[in-house]
Design a protein around this ligand. Structure first.
Ligand SMILES: CC(C)(COP(=O)(O)OP(=O)(O)OC[C@H]1O[C@@H](n2cnc3c(N)ncnc32)[C@H](O)[C@@H]1OP(=O)(O)O)[C@@H](O)C(=O)NCCC(=O)NCCS
Length: 191
């Protein structure tokens, strides 16, 4: 059975190392560190274990005021390569959606959303097609958009009408700059 361990000061290095194994040219150290310090209980990440092995990671966050967007986002979701194709990704995604749903008691969240690249994360699209409700292009002209391959998938947490993200600026440009900067910082801290 999978065990979900919340990220904390003691396992942040484990989660960043796992994230960098799954997403090799990206480093989420900044976001993970921010989650520990920001005091926002909707900004959180998990390490997923099967027995004593870390098999996957997942998370929830929102860069925006939830009262304005009614949305919570999937963050750093992935399965380590050697544990793929065993339905772990499906279970971890559904766990994260359940956690998003729990937050609706406290916050006006209606939509569980994620952004992805149909090129860089091609396999993930097959999973999203099964689990999520609808997909839209993200091509805000002022933002980074993975060479026009960026998509936003949404899951409705309630039996509600479909409300798209509608290309509202996501700040992917700033996020990718942070990832480059913090990769160096993380590698130095690890020494
Ligand atoms: C996407 C990812 C999380 C899937 O994890 P996983 O544990 O292998 O997924 P599952 O075993 O639950 O598979 C779910 C569905 O995805 C599809 N799928 C997964 N891997 C596949 C593959 N190699 N080839 C074809 N279809 C595949 C299948 O439709 C599968 O459903 P099925 O088993 O009923 O046919 C994993 O490949 C991964 O971590 N990729 C790199 C990181 C990433 O892209 N994260 C998402 C960022 S947006």
């Amino acid at each position: 059975m999978l065990k979900y361990i919340s990220m904390n000061e003691d396992n942040i290095f484990d989660i960043v190392k796992t994230q960098m194994e799954i997403f090799q040219s990206e480093c989420g150290y900044f976001q993970y560190n921010y989650a520990l310090k920001c005091g926002k209980d909707y900004w959180k990440y998990w390490l997923v274990y099967d027995d004593n092995n870390i098999v996957a990671i997942t998370g929830l966050y929102s860069d925006f005021e939830i009262t304005e967007t009614n949305s919570i986002w999937l963050g750093w979701f992935g399965v380590r390569p050697k544990y793929r194709k065993q339905k772990i990704g499906t279970k971890v995604l559904k766990f994260t959606i359940d956690e998003a749903y729990k937050l609706t008691e406290k916050y006006p969240i209606k939509y569980f959303r994620l952004y992805t690249s149909i090129d860089e994360n091609a396999t993930a699209q097959l999973l999203y097609k099964k689990v999520m409700d609808f997909c839209e292009e993200y091509n805000n002209p002022n933002d980074f958009n993975y060479n026009n391959t960026c998509r936003i998938w949404t899951k409705l947490l309630f039996n509600d009408k479909k409300v798209k993200w509608n290309n509202k600026y996501l700040g992917l440009k700033e996020i990718s700059e942070q990832e480059k900067k913090y990769e160096k910082k993380f590698l130095e801290l690890e020494k």
